[in-house]
Design a protein around this ligand. Structure first.
Ligand SMILES: *[C@@H]1O[C@H](CO)[C@@H](O)[C@H](O)[C@H]1NC(C)=O
Ligand SMILES: *[C@@H]1O[C@H](CO)[C@@H](O)[C@H](O)[C@H]1NC(C)=O
Ligand SMILES: *[C@@H]1O[C@H](CO)[C@@H](O)[C@H](O)[C@H]1NC(C)=O
Ligand SMILES: *[C@@H]1O[C@H](CO)[C@@H](O)[C@H](O)[C@H]1NC(C)=O
Ligand SMILES: *[C@@H]1O[C@H](CO)[C@@H](O)[C@H](O)[C@H]1NC(C)=O
Length: 473
């Protein structure tokens, strides 16, 4: 932690003189498919060295987590980020054809489904955000769409897992602030009194994708109503800026106007699916267009992806935030498949960002002294910013491999060769999820108590605020 507290100019000097070699280590030629695949492969390999869940004695599906008493927010990876990482590795296989990690990815995704196959594993109850559950659900949806190898018949199937997430979240909507999901899944959790763009965006994203994959209109109806609510409550403004959220104790005013790149992108990919589902309707065309414009204007100064809330001083980025550019770039790329009219604008920033990201992968942190770990600060060229981790690897990998989006096959639907088996009632019998109100247990009370003390000190941002007490069980 001491390292992160060093002022940036000094940190940069140290990074450059002690650890960085100030030259490009990952050679990336965007005109060559082989070069893109090789660069993504190196970065994926280094990312997966953080994952120990497939080693004996470890728990499949988890990254090294934060300590039980999370005074230090940047000390480990929360449950949701592992789910996001497996999704990025499905992308990796889709773009590169390299199946090296497929078994490890399947094992992780299947171990964390929880007893009712809806990504509500009991170990995570005390920190279960709708967004945390949603990230695992989106990865299962990606597996179905990209034709990732189906699990054995006696295991839950990708499509059914995404439906399980959708079905357990639907009853959690209420009329506070006129609609929407709370941030947290259960009313006993701190952060329940907050409604936000990421929790509702994950639901919208899954619902719109289920509509396209299954052709079942009821998913589209609920995606549409979620869009109507988020715009009415002002979390998305008329210029398609996407703000973080607001407190339900004050009827969702004022809106907390912090902007995170993944919020814009999670809504963009959903809107692109609604555009596709409606056969290119003008109304969804305009929404996709507005979100792409806002994404590029807000998060790509000079064409290079930039997490503006914290990137100027990377030590201000939480572990969660360090990964957001992974979702920004992967979802922009995926959106071009559903709404091809945005391709040229998206490709331009993916190219520039990928080139910049590759230059930033030349760090040698103490725990990975290989001279090629990726920093967050793609705008800094070969001057490594001194940071490293799963989020930075994931973001660099996604932005680089996303440059293969045009030649990658179209995502599947049940009408175009998708073989993942669904279950429209998945998750509906889950007794841990009676409309979002979970019976209070002693462990919950303890977890909530710890949080109440902490919350006052922690800035309201990202997922980490509420995800903290996950390890109390
Ligand atoms: C665990 O996964 C890694 C790839 O991430 C692989 O290299 C390693 O062999 C796996 N170990 C076991 C015991 O399966
Ligand atoms: C839950 O935690 C227990 C104890 O650490 C562990 O044995 C089990 O594998 C975990 N289950 C999941 C789904 O993470
Ligand atoms: C889109 O077009 C297809 C094929 O013409 C049609 O079956 C479907 O109903 C249309 N969908 C919508 C939402 O209009
Ligand atoms: C919908 O997506 C498919 C698959 O990527 C694509 O071929 C089609 O052109 C898209 N439809 C519209 C209206 O853009
Ligand atoms: C469509 O989805 C809804 C909501 O999950 C479900 O109740 C219904 O049975 C589905 N219809 C079909 C034909 O699968």
């Amino acid at each position: 932690m001491a390292w992160l507290a060093i002022p940036r100019p000094l940190a940069l000097l140290l990074a450059t003189s002690l650890f960085g070699n100030a030259r490009a280590v990952i050679n990336l030629d965007l005109t060559s498919t082989e070069s893109i695949i090789a660069a993504a492969g190196t970065i994926a390999y280094d990312m997966m060295t953080y994952y120990k869940g497939n080693l004996s004695g470890q728990t499949p599906g988890l990254l090294p987590g934060p300590p039980p008493n999370p005074q230090i927010t940047n000390a480990g990876y929360f449950w949701w980020e592992a789910g996001a990482m497996f999704g990025s590795m499905i992308d990796y296989w889709y773009y590169t054809g390299d199946s090296t990690y497929n078994d490890v990815v399947s094992q992780g995704l299947l171990f964390q489904t929880g007893p009712d196959n809806d990504y509500l594993p009991q170990n995570q109850t005390n920190g279960m955000g709708n967004d945390d559950q949603g990230f695992w659900g989106m990865s299962a949806m990606t597996a179905a769409e990209l034709g990732f190898p189906n699990p054995p018949a006696n295991q839950p199937q990708w499509l059914a897992l995404a439906q399980g997430v959708y079905n357990t979240q639907l009853p959690r909507f209420d009329n506070i602030c006129g609609g929407g999901l709370h941030w947290q899944a259960y009313s006993v959790l701190n952060g329940y009194n907050y409604k936000n763009s990421i929790a509702n965006g994950c639901f919208f994203n899954i619902a719109s994708r289920l509509a396209v994959y299954t052709g079942n209109n009821s998913y589209a109806v609920n995606a549409e109503s979620t869009w109507d609510w988020i715009t009415n409550v002002g979390f998305i403004d008329p210029n398609y800026n996407v703000y973080d959220g607001a407190s339900t104790t004050t009827n969702c005013t004022p809106v907390n106007k912090q902007e995170y790149s993944y919020n814009t992108a999670v809504w963009l990919l959903g809107a692109a699916h609604m555009y596709n589902y409606t056969n290119g309707s003008q109304i969804w065309h305009d929404r996709v267009d507005g979100l792409v414009t806002a994404a590029i204007n807000n998060f790509f100064p000079n064409g290079i992806a930039y997490e503006k809330i914290c990137e100027a001083v990377p030590s201000k980025c939480s572990i969660d935030m360090l990964s957001f550019k992974a979702y920004l770039t992967r979802w922009m790329a995926a959106a071009t498949k559903q709404a091809p009219f945005i391709y040229d604008r998206v490709k331009a920033v993916l190219e520039k960002s990928a080139t910049a990201a590759a230059l930033q992968c030349n760090g040698s942190p103490a725990d990975h002294p290989n001279g090629r770990m990726c920093g967050l600060s793609w705008s800094m060229g070969t001057t490594w910013d001194g940071t490293s981790g799963v989020g930075q690897q994931m973001a660099a990998m996604e932005v680089i491999q996303s440059n293969l989006i045009q030649q990658a096959k179209a995502p599947l639907t049940s009408n175009t060769g998708g073989t993942s088996k669904g279950n429209p009632t998945a998750g509906q019998g889950d007794t841990t999820n009676p409309g979002g109100v979970k019976p209070i247990t002693t462990a919950d009370r303890a977890g909530a108590g710890i949080l109440t003390a902490l919350v006052a000190a922690v800035v309201l941002s990202g997922l980490a605020w509420v995800s903290m007490p996950e390890k109390t069980s």
